[in-house]
Ligand binder design. Structure first.
Ligand SMILES: C[S@@+](CC[C@H](N)C(=O)[O-])C[C@H]1O[C@@H](n2cnc3c(N)ncnc32)[C@H](O)[C@@H]1O
Length: 193
């Protein structure tokens, strides 16, 4: 919120060609469930809808939610959620994230989606390049992190002050809920103690 109690709705929207490129490089499968966190006017949501089984587009700005809902009403694979991306419940099963969230809450987004109760498999997040480099040298627990596609300031309307990059987070092993029970070693069953 700003000092006068009104939220500031800054938004650096991705140009369509860049959104397409980022979604293509995410290597989605048609079985994937994908979250677009901070969907705005749907720059990423549209190409995601063409590639994934289901897309959940989360946006807090009421006007953008209305526009997005109207624009994507015929896209059966897309659900538009009006809510705070730091509070909406995460899916119970495996999911992916492809998003260009507000940079001011970029670290909070990473903490949330890589937290212990999350079944995130992979995230492709557009963030300031310096932040992406920091995660690449110190990934969140349980994930690998790498610097993906370079995204110049000219890829956005309006352009942000610095260049950006895609942070690619991949889970090191299957998410806890999806993990199989460990196989019991063969051998004699221990008797009562
Ligand atoms: C950087 S813009 C990206 C818009 C779009 N994804 C794109 O790439 O063009 C971030 C979006 O997040 C929305 N937003 C800001 N805070 C949010 C929050 N707490 N929860 C959900 N959306 C939020 C803004 O309204 C804005 O539309």
């Amino acid at each position: 919120m700003s000092g006068n109690g009104q939220r500031r709705w800054g938004s650096h929207r991705l140009k369509g060609s860049w959104a397409d490129r980022i979604v293509r490089s995410a290597g989605l499968r048609e079985t994937d469930l994908v979250l677009d966190l901070g969907a705005g006017t749907g720059a990423l949501t549209r190409p995601l809808a063409r590639r994934a089984r289901r897309v959940v587009a989360v946006e807090l700005h009421p006007g953008r939610v209305k526009g997005l809902t109207a624009a994507l009403s015929s896209a059966e694979t897309v659900t538009v959620v009006h809510g705070d991306l730091l509070e909406v419940p995460l899916p119970g099963g495996a999911f992916r994230v492809v998003a260009n969230p507000p940079y001011a809450i970029g670290a909070a987004v990473v903490r949330r989606i890589t937290g212990p109760r999350s079944a995130l498999v992979r995230a492709d997040l557009v963030l300031p390049r310096w932040m992406v480099c920091r995660y690449a040298s110190s990934p969140p627990r349980g994930f690998t992190a790498e610097v993906g596609t370079h995204v110049p300031a000219t890829a956005f309307v309006p352009p942000p002050r610095s260049d950006s990059a895609v942070l690619v987070l991949r889970r090191r092993s299957a998410p806890r809920r999806a993990r199989r029970r460990p196989v019991r070693r063969a051998g004699p069953t221990p008797g009562p103690r």
